[in-house]
Design a protein around this ligand. Structure first.
Ligand code: NDP
Length: 298
């Protein structure tokens, strides 16, 4: 059997961004405004700082307005809630993203719930979570949306597939499962208490790994020909002593068994910001009472 097709997340993310950019230009020409995204960072977490910088750069690249609020780690919950309130009222801001994790003295859930659901471009607000679960239009978390777009580049209709999602977090596993149900997959959600995880995975025509454990899913767990979407981003020390990024799937083994697979880096990772921009565009269209045009494959 030949090696799996590698799903090029970098190229597909660039296509999504180009499409968003086209819609932004049309909004500016036809309606005289551009979507605005505000990103709020509290504290100095190095990984978060990199994410926020990349988000701002790509927001500007697609022609949107980007606003960054960098607050010190000791910012009070009340001050953060006040800022969120001001952004909710700001008509030039259509999307609000508060970078997680927040410092321990701030209640993340309280902050998420303070964001206007129409501006909740992370899709974490209970209103959006609820709307997703009843199959209504809503803002969907970015990483699962990106993962679905990647899977659909391999197989435009996922109808009837056995899909297994490893991980049940609110930001990846659960919304991923909801999206796959909507695509008419038969979905199993596996987690740390799942019995015989290997056998569960071996049933999957579509396997999504969102575990947070480096190279956890082995080649022998994968059904020959399956689509494998690796959401994991783990920094490990390679054999050469240097740091490197790996996914939750043992890529070297899996590539020999799967039909198609996302690499790490260059798979799901780039799709997350692209889908954040897609969400900001859709949020702006909704807030202006315009038709939300679906694009990409999700
Ligand atoms: P969480 O830690 O919130 O969730 C991990 C899930 O994996 C949990 O549901 C947990 O089960 C399950 N799990 C842990 N160990 C096992 C095990 N031994 N067997 C089966 N299931 C297990 O992680 P996230 O969902 O936030 O992230 C998952 C991965 O995706 C991480 O590597 C993260 O870095 C990456 N990520 C990547 C993004 C991107 O942009 N590409 C964005 C977000 C995350 P239980 O619930 O029982 O504890």
């Amino acid at each position: 059997m030949s090696d799996a097709r590698i799903i090029d997340g970098k190229a597909i993310a660039a296509q999504v961004r180009a499409e968003v950019g086209g819609h932004v230009a049309n909004l500016k020409r036809d309606h005289g405004f551009v979507p605005g995204l505000a990103v709020v960072l509290v504290g100095e977490d190095p990984a978060s700082k990199v994410y926020v910088k990349n988000k701002a750069l790509q927001t500007v690249e697609v022609g949107m307005k980007s606003v960054e609020h960098k607050l010190p780690a000791e910012t009070s919950e009340a001050a953060l809630l006040e800022l969120v309130g001001a952004l909710n009222r700001d008509a030039t801001i259509h999307g609000i993203l508060v970078q997680m994790p927040l410092p321990k003295h701030i209640d993340s859930l309280k902050v998420i719930e303070a964001i206007d659901p129409m501006k909740d471009v992370d899709g974490f607000h209970a209103v959006n979570v609820g709307r997703l679960s009843i199959g209504e239009r809503c803002l969907v978390p970015c990483t699962p949306t990106g993962s679905l777009i990647l899977a659909k580049t391999v197989m435009p209709s996922l109808k009837g597939l056995d899909a297994v999602v490893i991980g049940r977090s609110n930001i990846v596993g659960k919304p991923m499962a909801q999206l796959l149900i909507k695509e008419d997959c038969t979905v199993t959600i596996a987690h740390s208490r799942t019995r015989d995880l290997e056998a569960v995975c071996r049933r999957a025509d579509l396997l999504v790994a969102a575990v947070g454990r480096p190279e956890f899913v082995k080649g022998s767990w994968i059904k020959p020909g399956a689509i494998v979407i690796d959401v994991g981003i783990n920094r490990i020390t390679g054999a050469d002593g240097k740091g490197k990024l790996v996914g939750d799937v043992d890529f070297a083994e899996a590539v020999k068994v799967a039909g198609s697979i996302t690499p790490v880096p260059g798979g799901v990772g780039p799709m997350t910001i692209a889908c954040l921009l897609k969400n900001t565009l859709e949020a702006a269209q909704m807030q202006h009472g315009l038709e939300v045009k679906s694009f990409g494959q999700a």
